[in-house]
Design a protein around this ligand. Sequence first.
Ligand code: GLP
Length: 241
Amino acid sequence: MRTYITEDYQAMSRRAAHIIAAQVHLNPACVLGLATGSTPIGMYKQLIEWYKAGDLDFSQVKSVNLDEYAGLAPTHDQSYRYFMQTNLFDHINIDPANTNVPSGLAADPAAECRRYNQVIRDLGGIDVQVLGMGHNGHIGFNEPGDAFELETHVVDLQESTINANARFFASRDDVPRQAMTMGIKSIMLARQILVVVSGEDKADIVKAAFTGPVTPHVPASILQMHPNVVLVGDKAAMSKL
Ligand code: GLP
């Protein structure tokens, strides 16, 4: 695992953006696995800036997002499709047809998960998967549990995750209780994984995930078994490593 410790959130975002930009330069038709959450927003901003300066071209890039809330329309301002449009896709020249997010409004979420697995397979897998980390060690929406889930599946969100994400909704009652997420196997099959972490409140879980035992009770701990992980964090998040 390669680890970068940066001064602050902005430097973390730039470093992570460099890693994505390098991928796009070296392989213009790469498959990017993308993530939502507040942590990667700065990285997306930086990529948009470089695109606008003429330094990056996303015209052949394909993307697959990790997860989506079940029941939210793509136009809902808390859906992950909406997040990706407003924080990245609407500002760069990626072909909308090449962007993939599970459909929150799918009538049959389990069938939607199966379709999504096929999408990832048809793309030939993921070149670099961006990951943030929840306070309980979740990646995507793979919550702590007794086993690692394999491919894209429907999950019941844990109370702590509902509470953490409630700040983005009008009220806690509005937070969806279920989501669709890539599984641990889908994530682990990515050829490279880029983990971004920021802030003191992530220091304990960063330590548990990267220096503790590999266990489904800390889903991110499985990343210790991946041969090509880059962990980029600001010094606050990395302070207990
Ligand atoms: C959500 C997302 C995750 C994300 C996590 C952490 O639950 N499903 O993909 O990594 O939140 O978010 P943040 O970066 O805001 O701490």
